[in-house]
Design a protein. Sequence first.
Length: 328
Amino acid sequence: MKDTAQRNITKPLDRNGKIYVAGHRGLVGSALVRKLEEEGFTQLLTRTHEELDLTRQADVEEFFRQERPDYVILAAAKVGGIYANDTYPADFIMKNLQIECNVIDAAYKNQVKKLLFLGSSCIYPRDCPQPIKEEYLLSGYLEKTNEAYALAKIAGLKMCAYYNRQYGTHYISVMPCNLYGINDNFALENSHVLPALMRRFHEAKLSEAPCVTVWGTGTPLREFLNVDDLADACLYLLDHYDGNDFFNVGYGKEVTILELAELIRKVTGYQGAIVLDPSKPDGTPRKLTDISRIRAAGWEPKIDLETGLKKTYEWFCKRYETGDFAQR
């Protein structure tokens, strides 16, 4: 498929327009709110889960009828790590499909000017060629441990594309790689690998534990993008792009899980050993996104991994003593 992203240019969003950020308290949503406020948006719409349950169609439609947002960023989702995805697949597919269908269709019915849908790089086949290009979507089998979540995100991406094609809407989908940063989820039972390791190394330092155990062989390769870079990319696309392509958003470089653990050990100042547990699952062997398409559209990542980890760890340490460090 020929990449046409660089030719689809649009007018920047109206900073005085109403913009609804669904999922504003999560890792991605809170970064988007910070970015939008920094860029001068004056009418941000947000609702907590208690105020608006996005899995309830009637409630979502009533919210859109009352508020009439000009723009929507759909960052709300049920998310989790390998254990949570593998243990609760029915929850992951059902809740994510409900959220996507309700919000995307309500946006169409209420003439939202632009919508941005947040997906995930787990939409791609487990064993597809590396780095992963957007055209590899649906070219092979998914990773079984997060298949339910991936299928839901593929459905959301396709829903945006089909609404654009059938109704002439302006919906953009972005597929981030592994994210981390301020407001990440550090709860050990359902967090992703980077925040889980950061918390475990921090607690091992405090208790002077002799070692920290890392799941798997340590060999899988992963790409990590700071969530503030993702927020920057999302607003860039909303301001500058108006086509029907979807975009990978990544850092363009990868590290092994063991290298990540060693870097986190350095950032946290932990002095003990790292022990690998190969009896635990590795997940996908390698996952590096090709970001040529978004680069062609004019965006580049800016925050290197070590700098991003230091900033994240500073934020985590300030909240650790009060317990205010898990995703809300």
